[in-house]
Design a protein around this ligand. Structure first.
Ligand code: ATP
Ligand code: MG
Length: 210
């Protein structure tokens, strides 16, 4: 898929982390917009293993979330999927992933791509300062979140790191995995919210029915 960079290093790389339960067009359009605006060589999607922050519902098997992510990115030559978090024991922490990418790509500018809601949670992350030292952040607008407020908040709480976060506008897509799961459970259509192959995968494997 993407160019094998074992000899030739990436100049700029995006990491798109998420539960991807399931992956949807909101994730894909955000990653693509970040890639284009920041001229990234590639965006690697990193489905989380055991996410420490998602304890209020049962997250689907990593196997399903990984495969749906693979299905969703096949049509984009600049996108790829990493198994690092799903193959790791215990809870998934961003710091471990970022450290790993930093070691693998020592001279690459790494951008962590998130939606506006996720960046708001950032201060609760384990070792956020170290994460900030290893990579910059691209925060995408998501309907219902105010990036100006976020900017102010960040400047107050972490002034030394606020320049490490850049915001981008993406075509507003009010799509969430929560809504997709709810739709499937209620036998409602999810067409045009997720790539067709992902829709087929969900139906074939009877996901989100209960
Ligand atoms: P859930 O409803 O289960 O929380 P989600 O739709 O928020 O799912 P996640 O896997 O939690 O998806 O999100 C992964 C990343 O993608 C996060 O950084 C999140 O902010 C971002 N993201 C999710 N949906 C959108 C969207 N519609 N537009 C922009 N960013 C999004
Ligand atoms: Mg979410």
């Amino acid at each position: 898929m993407i160019k094998n960079k074992s000899n030739e290093e990436y100049r700029a790389l995006g990491i798109m982390g998420g539960t991807f339960d399931p992956i949807h067009y909101g994730h894909l359009v955000t990653a693509e917009e970040a890639r284009c605006q920041f001229d990234l060589d590639a965006v690697i999607f990193v489905p989380s293993g055991k996410p420490p922050h998602k304890k209020n519902y049962r997250v689907s098997d990593a196997k399903h979330r990984y495969l749906m992510t693979v299905l969703a990115v096949v049509t984009n030559p600049f996108f790829d999927v990493s198994r690092t978090e799903i193959d790791r024991e215990g809870y998934s922490y961003t710091i471990d992933t970022v450290r790993e990418f930093r070691e693998k790509y020592p001279n690459t500018e790494i951008f962590f791509i998130t939606g506006a809601d996720a960046i708001l949670e950032i201060l609760t992350w384990k070792k956020v300062e170290e994460v900030m030292d290893h990579c910059r952040f691209i925060a995408a607008t998501r309907p219902g979140y105010n990036l100006n407020d976020l900017d102010k908040k960040f400047k107050t709480i972490m002034p030394e790191y606020s320049s490490r976060i850049q915001t981008i506008e993406v075509p507003a897509l009010a799509i969430s995995s929560t809504d997709i799961r709810r739709r499937v459970a209620n036998n409602m259509s999810i067409k045009y919210l997720v790539p067709e192959a992902v829709e087929q995968y969900i139906l074939k494997n009877n996901l989100y029915k209960s």
